[in-house]
Design a protein around this ligand. Structure first.
Ligand code: BEZ
Length: 307
Protein backbone atom coordinates (compact mmCIF):
# COMPACT_ATOMS: atom_id res chain seq x y z
CA UNK A 1 0.00 0.00 0.00
CA UNK A 2 1.36 3.41 -0.97
CA UNK A 3 0.54 7.00 0.03
CA UNK A 4 -1.13 7.45 -3.36
CA UNK A 5 -3.72 4.82 -2.36
CA UNK A 6 -4.52 6.74 0.82
CA UNK A 7 -4.86 10.01 -1.13
CA UNK A 8 -7.23 8.36 -3.63
CA UNK A 9 -9.33 6.67 -0.97
CA UNK A 10 -9.66 9.83 1.15
CA UNK A 11 -10.82 11.80 -1.92
CA UNK A 12 -13.47 9.16 -2.75
CA UNK A 13 -14.59 8.97 0.88
CA UNK A 14 -14.90 12.76 1.18
CA UNK A 15 -16.58 13.34 -2.18
CA UNK A 16 -18.83 10.23 -1.90
CA UNK A 17 -18.62 10.05 -5.66
CA UNK A 18 -15.98 8.66 -8.06
CA UNK A 19 -16.44 11.38 -10.72
CA UNK A 20 -15.97 14.26 -8.28
CA UNK A 21 -13.05 12.50 -6.57
CA UNK A 22 -11.33 11.96 -9.93
CA UNK A 23 -11.82 15.66 -10.77
CA UNK A 24 -10.39 16.68 -7.40
CA UNK A 25 -7.37 14.40 -7.95
CA UNK A 26 -6.95 15.50 -11.55
CA UNK A 27 -7.01 11.94 -12.89
CA UNK A 28 -9.46 9.95 -15.01
CA UNK A 29 -12.19 7.93 -13.29
CA UNK A 30 -11.31 4.37 -14.54
CA UNK A 31 -7.75 4.38 -13.09
CA UNK A 32 -9.16 5.78 -9.83
CA UNK A 33 -11.68 2.90 -9.58
CA UNK A 34 -8.88 0.39 -10.35
CA UNK A 35 -6.64 1.86 -7.62
CA UNK A 36 -9.43 1.62 -5.03
CA UNK A 37 -10.12 -1.97 -6.06
CA UNK A 38 -6.40 -2.73 -5.84
CA UNK A 39 -6.33 -1.20 -2.34
CA UNK A 40 -9.24 -3.39 -1.22
CA UNK A 41 -7.50 -6.47 -2.67
CA UNK A 42 -4.22 -5.64 -0.92
CA UNK A 43 -6.01 -5.21 2.40
CA UNK A 44 -8.39 -8.12 1.79
CA UNK A 45 -11.38 -6.05 2.96
CA UNK A 46 -14.27 -4.11 1.48
CA UNK A 47 -14.00 -0.35 2.11
CA UNK A 48 -16.99 0.88 0.08
CA UNK A 49 -20.54 -0.36 -0.12
CA UNK A 50 -20.65 -0.93 -3.84
CA UNK A 51 -24.24 -0.28 -4.84
CA UNK A 52 -25.07 2.70 -2.66
CA UNK A 53 -25.75 6.18 -4.12
CA UNK A 54 -24.18 8.41 -2.85
CA UNK A 55 -21.28 6.10 -2.06
CA UNK A 56 -21.18 4.83 1.51
CA UNK A 57 -18.20 3.56 3.49
CA UNK A 58 -18.38 0.18 5.19
CA UNK A 59 -17.55 0.11 8.92
CA UNK A 60 -14.02 -1.01 7.92
CA UNK A 61 -13.93 1.83 5.39
CA UNK A 62 -14.82 4.37 8.11
CA UNK A 63 -12.00 3.06 10.31
CA UNK A 64 -9.55 3.16 7.38
CA UNK A 65 -10.68 6.68 6.36
CA UNK A 66 -10.11 8.28 9.75
CA UNK A 67 -6.58 6.84 10.02
CA UNK A 68 -5.72 7.52 6.37
CA UNK A 69 -6.83 11.18 6.67
CA UNK A 70 -4.69 11.58 9.78
CA UNK A 71 -1.65 10.01 8.08
CA UNK A 72 -2.03 12.29 5.05
CA UNK A 73 -2.24 15.37 7.20
CA UNK A 74 0.87 14.26 9.13
CA UNK A 75 2.67 13.69 5.82
CA UNK A 76 1.79 17.20 4.60
CA UNK A 77 2.93 18.58 7.94
CA UNK A 78 6.21 16.67 7.75
CA UNK A 79 6.79 17.96 4.23
CA UNK A 80 6.19 21.61 5.04
CA UNK A 81 8.06 21.51 8.37
CA UNK A 82 11.07 19.85 6.72
CA UNK A 83 11.07 22.50 3.99
CA UNK A 84 10.93 25.19 6.65
CA UNK A 85 13.76 23.64 8.68
CA UNK A 86 15.93 23.28 5.57
CA UNK A 87 15.05 26.58 4.00
CA UNK A 88 17.86 29.06 4.14
CA UNK A 89 15.61 31.68 2.63
CA UNK A 90 12.91 31.93 5.28
CA UNK A 91 9.29 32.30 4.29
CA UNK A 92 6.12 32.71 6.32
CA UNK A 93 2.63 32.30 5.01
CA UNK A 94 -0.16 33.89 7.05
CA UNK A 95 -3.92 33.20 6.81
CA UNK A 96 -6.35 35.71 8.32
CA UNK A 97 -10.08 36.36 8.58
CA UNK A 98 -11.17 39.65 6.99
CA UNK A 99 -12.24 41.36 10.22
CA UNK A 100 -8.70 41.18 11.67
CA UNK A 101 -7.63 43.66 8.99
CA UNK A 102 -9.47 46.40 10.91
CA UNK A 103 -7.53 45.58 14.07
CA UNK A 104 -3.79 45.24 14.52
CA UNK A 105 -3.04 43.00 11.55
CA UNK A 106 -1.70 45.68 9.16
CA UNK A 107 0.61 47.09 11.89
CA UNK A 108 1.78 43.61 12.86
CA UNK A 109 2.62 42.70 9.28
CA UNK A 110 4.41 45.97 8.60
CA UNK A 111 6.46 45.65 11.79
CA UNK A 112 7.27 41.98 11.05
CA UNK A 113 8.51 42.96 7.57
CA UNK A 114 10.62 45.81 8.99
CA UNK A 115 12.22 43.54 11.57
CA UNK A 116 12.60 40.46 9.34
CA UNK A 117 13.55 41.90 5.98
CA UNK A 118 14.86 38.55 4.67
CA UNK A 119 11.67 36.60 5.44
CA UNK A 120 9.35 36.31 2.46
CA UNK A 121 5.92 36.92 3.97
CA UNK A 122 2.65 36.21 2.16
CA UNK A 123 -0.94 36.93 3.27
CA UNK A 124 -4.05 34.91 2.45
CA UNK A 125 -7.62 35.81 3.42
CA UNK A 126 -9.53 32.67 4.55
CA UNK A 127 -12.05 31.53 7.14
CA UNK A 128 -10.87 30.07 10.46
CA UNK A 129 -12.01 26.61 9.28
CA UNK A 130 -10.00 26.89 6.09
CA UNK A 131 -7.01 28.01 8.13
CA UNK A 132 -7.00 24.73 10.05
CA UNK A 133 -6.91 22.70 6.84
CA UNK A 134 -4.32 25.04 5.26
CA UNK A 135 -2.09 24.73 8.34
CA UNK A 136 -2.28 20.95 8.20
CA UNK A 137 -1.65 20.90 4.45
CA UNK A 138 1.34 23.21 4.90
CA UNK A 139 -0.16 26.02 2.79
CA UNK A 140 0.04 28.51 5.65
CA UNK A 141 2.19 28.63 8.79
CA UNK A 142 0.07 30.94 10.96
CA UNK A 143 -3.66 31.63 11.02
CA UNK A 144 -5.41 34.59 12.64
CA UNK A 145 -9.10 33.88 13.26
CA UNK A 146 -11.93 34.25 15.74
CA UNK A 147 -13.37 30.75 16.17
CA UNK A 148 -12.16 28.21 18.74
CA UNK A 149 -11.82 25.02 16.67
CA UNK A 150 -10.38 21.95 18.41
CA UNK A 151 -7.79 19.94 16.51
CA UNK A 152 -5.07 17.79 18.03
CA UNK A 153 -2.55 18.90 15.38
CA UNK A 154 -3.15 22.61 15.90
CA UNK A 155 -2.00 24.87 18.72
CA UNK A 156 -4.01 27.99 19.51
CA UNK A 157 -3.12 31.14 21.41
CA UNK A 158 -5.89 33.55 22.34
CA UNK A 159 -4.23 36.90 21.76
CA UNK A 160 -6.96 39.14 23.10
CA UNK A 161 -10.71 39.40 23.55
CA UNK A 162 -11.99 42.24 21.41
CA UNK A 163 -15.04 44.19 22.65
CA UNK A 164 -18.12 44.23 20.43
CA UNK A 165 -19.99 47.40 19.46
CA UNK A 166 -23.22 48.12 17.59
CA UNK A 167 -23.33 49.74 14.15
CA UNK A 168 -26.53 51.80 13.63
CA UNK A 169 -27.73 53.71 10.59
CA UNK A 170 -26.89 57.39 11.21
CA UNK A 171 -29.74 59.04 13.12
CA UNK A 172 -31.34 55.77 14.34
CA UNK A 173 -33.54 56.66 17.37
CA UNK A 174 -31.74 54.18 19.66
CA UNK A 175 -28.32 55.55 18.86
CA UNK A 176 -29.56 59.10 19.30
CA UNK A 177 -31.20 58.26 22.66
CA UNK A 178 -28.40 56.20 24.23
CA UNK A 179 -24.61 56.43 24.28
CA UNK A 180 -24.44 52.81 25.53
CA UNK A 181 -26.95 50.11 24.55
CA UNK A 182 -27.90 46.65 25.81
CA UNK A 183 -28.51 43.62 23.57
CA UNK A 184 -32.10 43.55 24.81
CA UNK A 185 -32.60 47.04 23.29
CA UNK A 186 -31.89 45.51 19.88
CA UNK A 187 -34.41 42.65 19.71
CA UNK A 188 -36.90 44.60 17.60
CA UNK A 189 -34.31 45.42 14.97
CA UNK A 190 -33.15 43.45 11.92
CA UNK A 191 -29.80 41.98 12.93
CA UNK A 192 -27.32 41.81 10.05
CA UNK A 193 -24.75 39.06 10.64
CA UNK A 194 -21.65 37.88 8.74
CA UNK A 195 -20.05 35.83 7.32
CA UNK A 196 -22.93 33.71 6.10
CA UNK A 197 -20.60 30.79 5.26
CA UNK A 198 -18.70 28.69 6.14
CA UNK A 199 -20.10 28.06 9.62
CA UNK A 200 -19.41 28.16 12.49
CA UNK A 201 -18.22 31.73 12.08
CA UNK A 202 -18.23 35.11 13.81
CA UNK A 203 -21.96 35.20 12.92
CA UNK A 204 -22.56 32.34 15.40
CA UNK A 205 -20.72 34.22 18.17
CA UNK A 206 -23.15 37.12 17.70
CA UNK A 207 -26.19 34.80 17.62
CA UNK A 208 -24.93 32.99 20.74
CA UNK A 209 -24.65 36.33 22.57
CA UNK A 210 -28.42 36.78 22.09
CA UNK A 211 -29.29 33.13 22.83
CA UNK A 212 -27.21 33.09 26.03
CA UNK A 213 -29.37 35.95 27.30
CA UNK A 214 -32.65 34.31 26.18
CA UNK A 215 -33.09 37.03 23.54
CA UNK A 216 -34.26 36.60 19.95
CA UNK A 217 -33.79 39.30 17.32
CA UNK A 218 -36.95 39.99 15.32
CA UNK A 219 -35.26 39.26 11.99
CA UNK A 220 -31.83 37.93 10.99
CA UNK A 221 -30.21 38.98 7.73
CA UNK A 222 -27.11 36.95 6.82
CA UNK A 223 -24.54 38.50 4.50
CA UNK A 224 -21.18 37.46 3.06
CA UNK A 225 -18.88 39.91 4.82
CA UNK A 226 -18.42 42.84 7.15
CA UNK A 227 -18.24 45.52 4.45
CA UNK A 228 -21.62 44.41 3.07
CA UNK A 229 -23.12 44.40 6.57
CA UNK A 230 -21.92 47.99 7.11
CA UNK A 231 -23.23 49.09 3.71
CA UNK A 232 -26.65 47.64 4.53
CA UNK A 233 -26.61 49.31 7.96
CA UNK A 234 -25.84 52.61 6.22
CA UNK A 235 -28.82 51.96 3.91
CA UNK A 236 -31.10 51.55 6.94
CA UNK A 237 -31.68 47.78 6.46
CA UNK A 238 -30.84 46.94 10.06
CA UNK A 239 -28.13 47.05 12.69
CA UNK A 240 -24.99 44.95 13.06
CA UNK A 241 -22.76 43.87 15.94
CA UNK A 242 -19.14 44.34 14.96
CA UNK A 243 -15.68 44.08 16.58
CA UNK A 244 -14.73 47.43 18.13
CA UNK A 245 -11.73 47.88 15.79
CA UNK A 246 -14.28 48.54 13.03
CA UNK A 247 -14.85 51.89 14.74
CA UNK A 248 -11.67 53.04 12.99
CA UNK A 249 -13.55 52.68 9.69
CA UNK A 250 -15.31 55.99 10.19
CA UNK A 251 -18.25 56.47 7.85
CA UNK A 252 -20.61 59.40 8.20
CA UNK A 253 -23.68 57.25 7.42
CA UNK A 254 -23.07 54.77 10.29
CA UNK A 255 -22.84 55.53 14.02
CA UNK A 256 -21.32 53.14 16.53
CA UNK A 257 -22.42 52.63 20.12
CA UNK A 258 -20.79 50.70 22.94
CA UNK A 259 -22.56 47.70 24.54
CA UNK A 260 -23.24 47.78 28.28
CA UNK A 261 -21.90 44.26 28.92
CA UNK A 262 -18.08 43.84 29.08
CA UNK A 263 -18.42 40.08 28.47
CA UNK A 264 -19.60 40.74 24.91
CA UNK A 265 -16.31 40.07 23.17
CA UNK A 266 -14.87 38.17 20.22
CA UNK A 267 -11.45 36.53 20.60
CA UNK A 268 -8.54 37.02 18.21
CA UNK A 269 -6.84 33.65 17.98
CA UNK A 270 -3.47 32.73 16.50
CA UNK A 271 -3.26 29.12 15.28
CA UNK A 272 -0.18 27.17 14.23
CA UNK A 273 0.87 23.55 13.73
CA UNK A 274 1.29 21.90 17.13
CA UNK A 275 4.83 20.81 16.34
CA UNK A 276 6.00 24.05 14.76
CA UNK A 277 8.43 25.63 17.20
CA UNK A 278 10.23 27.67 14.57
CA UNK A 279 11.88 31.01 15.11
CA UNK A 280 9.31 32.76 12.86
CA UNK A 281 6.40 31.71 15.06
CA UNK A 282 8.23 32.78 18.20
CA UNK A 283 9.15 36.13 16.67
CA UNK A 284 5.61 36.76 15.48
CA UNK A 285 4.18 36.11 18.94
CA UNK A 286 6.80 38.26 20.66
CA UNK A 287 6.18 41.08 18.20
CA UNK A 288 2.40 40.96 18.75
CA UNK A 289 2.74 41.18 22.55
CA UNK A 290 5.29 44.00 22.17
CA UNK A 291 2.86 45.94 19.96
CA UNK A 292 0.02 45.34 22.42
CA UNK A 293 2.19 46.79 25.18
CA UNK A 294 3.20 49.80 23.08
CA UNK A 295 -0.44 50.48 22.16
CA UNK A 296 -1.68 49.70 25.69
CA UNK A 297 -4.04 47.03 24.34
CA UNK A 298 -5.10 44.57 27.07
CA UNK A 299 -4.22 41.04 26.01
CA UNK A 300 -5.37 37.62 27.15
CA UNK A 301 -3.27 36.18 29.95
CA UNK A 302 -1.07 33.33 28.80
CA UNK A 303 1.44 31.01 30.39
CA UNK A 304 4.12 31.07 27.72
CA UNK A 305 3.40 32.63 24.34
CA UNK A 306 6.30 30.82 22.72
CA UNK A 307 5.20 27.34 23.78
C1 BEZ B 1 -5.39 42.24 16.79
O1 BEZ B 1 -6.17 43.09 16.34
O2 BEZ B 1 -5.08 42.18 17.99
C2 BEZ B 1 -4.76 41.25 15.83
C3 BEZ B 1 -5.26 41.16 14.54
C4 BEZ B 1 -4.67 40.25 13.69
C5 BEZ B 1 -3.61 39.45 14.08
C6 BEZ B 1 -3.14 39.55 15.37
C7 BEZ B 1 -3.72 40.45 16.26
Amino acid sequence: MELRHLRYFVAVAEERNFTRAAQRLNIAQPPLSRQIQQLEETLGVQLLERNSRPLKLTETGKFFYSHAAQLLSQTAELESMTKRVGNIERSLSVGFVGSTLYGMLPKIIRRFRDENATVELSLHEMSTMDQIRALKDGHIDIGFGRIRLEDANIRRVILREEKLIVAFPEGHPLSVAKPVVALRDLVNETLIIFPKAPRPSYADQVLAAFQDRALKPRRIYEVRELQIALGLVAAGEGISIVPSSVYGLKRDDVSYRALDDPTLVSPIIMSMRALDESRDIREMLELIYRLYQEEKIPYAPHTDPAR
